[in-house]
Design a protein. Structure first.
Ligand code: UT7
Length: 345
């Protein structure tokens, strides 16, 4: 089947000969400042034992007031491009998944594009909260697999510590700041991103959200006084949603690739909470040795969490040629997204 572009030019895409799309390079950036559970004990009525037993988090990284999402994203992008040995000028698209962009508009992707010198690239932001990188990876793979683009830079970045209510102990202990980036390039069909599943349930809008600061509820003094410009979360609802849904989403994505949970070599989940990671792994009967965890050191870094985990796992030499990696993100929207990857070096 051939699809003609809207303007009728000769840019035809033959969908019967899809390419593969693989991760060629990974990079990350976290702020230097570490906020431990002991530090939090001095801010809110909490304790290390509660935080570790309920979340698995021991410390997280936190930006200083002058550091923005774009700052972390630019460094993660430079690291990913260097890891991929690809020049910024050869990037066709910069795709930034974030809920904490420097501005409401224009996009943080444009700031990254300019800073790294990706002068031939398009750039846009993607809003899917903690699922953002998984949505971005699926989108990038689509562009590459059709032959429409060659080199796509996908960045997941969030600085949610700027949006937490530091008086709300149920949320301020959870989040950390970080950026992770991946370069997606063509490869042999059957390698790289094998299948993706994206989903949403907008009826869960108020399960985890920031009510003020958009056009519906502008940032008035009253909104600020009521902390409506901070994260509001029904933690137990999000917890149940994740534990109920994510195992099915992983199985559905594997099935699309003709695989089952037995084929998984690495489970790289959104690092929201150790109990969620364990519950999902247990339900799918995936042994601990195959489950990557860094939530203890970074907390929930939202859109950055999956690329941060992929970068660290890759850096530790865990991924071997042909390994099957299942990645999954979930969060505000509500949204969820999973990708199954056959690692190709
Ligand atoms: O990226 C996606 C977005 N979010 C998530 O993935 C979060 C998913 N949800 C969770 O991870 C968990 O629901 C939390 C970790 C947020 C909370 O754990 P929980 O087991 O659901 O606790 P809870 O909210 O039911 O609270 C239990 C108790 C309450 O006290 P009472 O009412 O039983 O006396 C809370 O007030 O724990 C109390 N509590 C705390 N105690 C000490 C809540 N936060 C804290 C705290 N330290 N930081």
């Amino acid at each position: 089947m051939a699809v003609q572009t809207e303007n009728g030019d000769a840019n035809l895409v033959n969908l019967t000969t899809l390419l593969g799309a693989r991760i060629t390079g990974l990079g990350m950036c976290v702020p230097d400042r570490v906020l431990t559970n002991a530090d939090l004990e001095k801010i809110v009525d909490t304790n290390d034992e509660w935080i570790v037993s309920r979340t698995g988090i021991r410390e997280r990284r936190i930006c200083d007031p002058n550091t923005l999402s774009s700052d972390l994203a630019i460094q993660a992008s430079i690291n990913a491009l260097s890891n991929a040995s690809i020049k910024a000028e050869d990037v066709d698209l910069v795709l930034c998944a974030t809920a904490t962009g420097d501005y409401i508009w224009p996009s943080t992707a444009c700031i990254i594009q300019n800073a790294i010198g990706a002068r031939k690239a398009g750039a846009f932001d993607l809003s899917a909260a903690c699922s953002g990188f998984c949505y971005g990876l699926a989108t990038a793979a689509g562009f590459v697999q059709t032959g429409a683009m060659k080199n796509v830079l996908v960045v997941g970045v969030d600085t949610l510590t700027k949006q937490v209510n530091w008086e709300d102990r149920s949320t301020c202990i959870l989040f950390g700041d970080a950026a992770g980036a991946a370069v997606i390039t063509p490869c042999t069909a059957g390698e790289g991103v094998l299948a993706s599943v994206l989903g949403a349930d907008g009826s869960g809008l108020e399960s985890v959200w920031m009510p003020a600061g958009g056009l519906k509820m502008p940032l008035t003094q009253e909104a600020i006084d009521n902390k409506l410009n901070c994260i509001q979360m029904k933690g137990a609802d999000v917890y149940k949603f994740a534990v109920r849904l994510i195992p099915d989403i992983i199985e559905a994505t594997l099935a699309r690739a003709g695989l089952t949970t037995n084929d998984i070599d690495h489970l790289v989940m959104h690092q929201a909470n150790m109990r969620i990671i364990n519950a999902v792994a247990n339900k799918l009967q995936i042994p601990e040795s195959k489950v990557f965890v860094n939530v203890d050191r970074y907390g929930n870094t939202s859109a950055a969490s999956v690329p941060l985990a992929l970068t660290e796992a890759f850096g530790q030499g865990r991924f071997k040629q042909g390994d099957i990696i299942a990645t999954v993100g979930f969060g505000a929207g509500l949204t969820w997204g999973a990708n199954v990857i056959r690692w190709s070096c």
